[in-house]
Design a protein around this ligand. Sequence first.
Ligand code: 57M
Length: 358
Amino acid sequence: MLYLLLYPLHTSFAPLNVFRYITFRTLLAGLTALSLSLLLGPTLIRRLIRLQIGQSIRSDGPAAHSVKAGTPTMGGTLIIFSLLLATLLLADLHDWYVWVAVLVTLGHGLIGFFDDYAKVRRRTSAGLPGKLRLAGEFGIAVAAAAALYGFSEHGGQLTMPFFKDVRPDLGLWYIPFGALVIVGAANAVNLTDGLDGLAIGPVMIAGGTLGVFAYTAGHAKIAEYLQIPFVPGAGELAVFCGALAAAGLGFLWFNAYPAQMFMGDVGSLALGAALGVVALITRQELVLVLLGGVFVIEALSVIGQVVSYKLRRKRIFRMAPIHHHFELLGWPEPQIIVRFWIVSIVCALLALSTLKLR
Ligand code: 57M
């Protein structure tokens, strides 16, 4: 909105010309989202405590988690509010990709909100029925993937990391594939969100990196030079990604060990879906597997554990997702968190290397 209001005035006031630049608006969106989340955080925590919106802890979890009972949850509302307000203020709202990203994020946030609300009301760790939740997530994700298939110039084409000439075309199969990317990312972030700051760190790192991919994909000359798909309009998603990383940074202030609040499903589902949809728009769906390596490892640890238990009646890990395994091995919580952040930074560097190594 600010962009649409202020930029046209540059003819009478030249300094406003700076609003033309995506880089400037990304920076400003980041500062806006960071300030909003830092300023509103304490009020939200007080309100959540007053409304008794606290976490119910599962009795079968690592014993160390019992002290976390009652920690205010649904802090994801703070991230979503800061992210969306900064995006709506500073992105070009004529760009339909911005709306796809906003709606997918908001839709998953709403599903997570109802899930959290059900848990808080019943004071248990069981929220909405799993099938209902998944149906809602797939409904939103299929609509987004179908729009991207139908209206984007790249149709059902994928980009292969490290291979510039391999561009498999999935045709109509792109729609279920794209939906799976969004829903998979949402649920993988959700599984990761089990220690203080464990999910938000890699989300910020992946979000910031996707901002670079969005900027390069939306810039004709850079895209041609790097031989990646040119997606006109994708550059505006750099503003969205900058706001996402910065809103996450503000939230981390309160979620850092020992956490004053958790993001809840409202945060984890929305943020994961946001990463998934930006990867689809920028045609970096396969790079997301590398970039979101921590989320992939967490999800695979659960799948491996369940399959192994069903087939062999034996567990691979002491407890899945894998962060619980390290807890039960005796690693202190902050050590697991920081080590997972390190893995996440390495994954981001590997993902960025695919821009040049092809
Ligand atoms: C939620 N998060 C929490 C908080 C957060 C299929 C199965 C593997 C699913 C999985 C599961 O339910 N995962 C999703 C993971 C919970 O956090 C809340 O949930 C939100 C995110 N969705 O924002 O509101 C707990 O996590 C801790 N936490 C922190 N700091 C944070 O910043 O410490 C969260 C955020 C919080 C707090 O303790 O209460 C959760 O429940 O873990 N299930 C599991 O993860 C369970 N694993 C399991 O059953 N493994 C089995 C099989 C099925 C693979 C096995 O290994 O044999 C474990 N979860 C827990 N205890 N809590 C089991 C033990």
